[in-house]
Design a binder for this molecule. Sequence first.
Ligand code: IVH
Length: 683
Amino acid sequence: MQLNLFEDNTALSEKDELIALRRELEEHNYNYYVLNRPTISDKEFDDKMHRLQLLEQQHPELFDPNSPTQHVGSDLQKNAGFKQMAHKYPMLSLANTYSEQEIKDWYQRVVKDLGGIAPDVVCELKYDGLSISLWYENRKLTHALTRGDGTKGDDVLQNILTIKSIPRYVDDITAPENFELRGEVLLPWAAFEKINKQREENEEPLFANPRNAASGTLKLQNPEEVARRGLTAYLYYFLTDKQLFDTHYDSLQTAKQWGFNISEAIRLCHSLDEIMQFINYWDTERKYLPVATDGIVLKVNELRLQEQLGFTAKSPRWAIAYKFQAEKQLTVLEKITYQVGRTGVITPVANLKPVQLSGTTVQRATLHNADFMASLQLHEGDKVWVEKGGEIIPKITAVERASNLPPSEYVSPFPTRCPCCNTPLLRDPEQAAWYCPNEDGCPPQIKGKIEHFVARKAMNIDGLGTETIDLLFEQQLIANIADIYKLTENDIARQERLGVKSAQNILASIEASKSVPWARVLFALGIRFVGETTAKKLSRVFTDIDSLKAATIEQLCAVEDVGEQIAQSIINYFKSDKNIAIIEQLQQAGLQFSLTDDEKNSLLPQSDLLQGKTIVISGTFSLHSREEYKLMIEQHGGKNGSSVSKKTDYILAGDNMGPAKLQKAQELGVKLINENEFLTMIS
Ligand code: IVH
């Protein structure tokens, strides 16, 4: 029967709502799975999805197989460089709920659908990462597909091979030759914090949570970088053409014996009570786990019963996820302030009416950048939801707008001038950031550069903390990093809470910093995007400041990990007369602006065993780092090639060699040598 929508106002508005929800949810799927930048909380997304499901049930005439209720969110990216492959079995999602009552309802429905059988249920943790499907052929890992759109996924095998807990081969001959194991790829909290710390140092945008960081990592085209980031994986779903097991529980316990990483936190439950106990236990205990979890997954244990229950278009009827509520509070966004970082990047900060969250008082939250602010349509005076879903940094996940504002006032305008020095701001086209270009005259930038300069990993000058730097700056005793070397005992000793003893210690530490090696001096200069590792790599190629100053973009880009953005930033740095003057003063003070003789000696040729040979390095190594191998090639008279060509004599191939390089090597007949063969060649 055709519903007359125009005579039924309720139906008309519900139809509009339904269509708007479909569009909105598709957009959120894209933000979450492709951009890794969700703009609403998981709970809000799930609530909208449930509302859409309800509307679709009430309006079956509006059924659309393309609705987000009928397919899983897709993480496929065009031109991402991965080969796409069809899944052997569709890769589905899970129905979910936040309510214990709905878990009971689900169980009762299952019992009813099974004609009165009350099945055992396996309870597992719901890991918050991204799903992966591992294919073993002849017991060898041959493909690793992301979920993609559920029917096809990206083959990210090279990146998955960097995960130590995933076996490349299964030695146990009791395992079938061909099978599939699905699970979740995760970035442990500790690794997530380390990456974000590094990104903060380099003033790169931070990952909002470990899931986004894991997803961004798995989609990198650089297995060595993936290996460095330290992903891990838990596996939770075994599939074969021939049924080998009677129960899901047995399949996982056996996979564990074959060497797979199966969580210990699994319980075979025989009643609803046991299920609830498991849920309640892990709701608090999960906070101590090394990886992020966002709920519990319940699965009917017996595979025969699973088959009987079957699937909907999007999820199995034999499973459901109970999701934990992220801890959150509603509070008032009192004021938005703007912080200026050492490289001038402006970070908006939400100043909140203090609230208690996970045992701490929260009164500030980062708003990341102008785009993030605009996506939430933030305005001072709005009520905002603050969440601490396990992440260290509290985040604003949603807004309850102070009602009667006209749309034009929804968004607090991002400043056009620097809040500290009033210089007109510029937008960095590469990033979502606005920055103040007045690097020599903007106080937080100057003080930030000094703080960076004295930091432990840079010049390691003790005793010059933020407060002391503030005091010395305000009294115009230091206006740049070179002024540190002009400080006298009296300058320091007369500062509040300092005295002669502290002044002497600080001066001794300043003196000691004069022998800090060139690589760290280069890092300490605070050139935008030149982090600790990049400085180290640059210092080996450009062994003194003069050669670095004279380097062209091409020469800089030839250094490993240096791209155009970093190269351009170095060139810009040396264009400033002020920077040149500071470097001259630092040179006069006696800092190390070149490699020491010892350092140089270690770089000198040691033989000509590789004379005339061009070697390309690819993959990850266990005996030495790539950097060390590069150096060894040069020390023995060889040349490091960046890409495989007819001129390449050898490829020094480690684990997870890039597929493009491998194919090229095969086409051109270039010989592959491993670490041991290379070390024998030069010994
Ligand atoms: S079972 C056919 N078990 O949650 C169902 N999924 O929101 C196969 N997830 O796509 C999935 N932990 O990426 C299963 N113990 C677990 C899980 C789990 C996390 C993820 C998985 C799935 C998503 C659904």
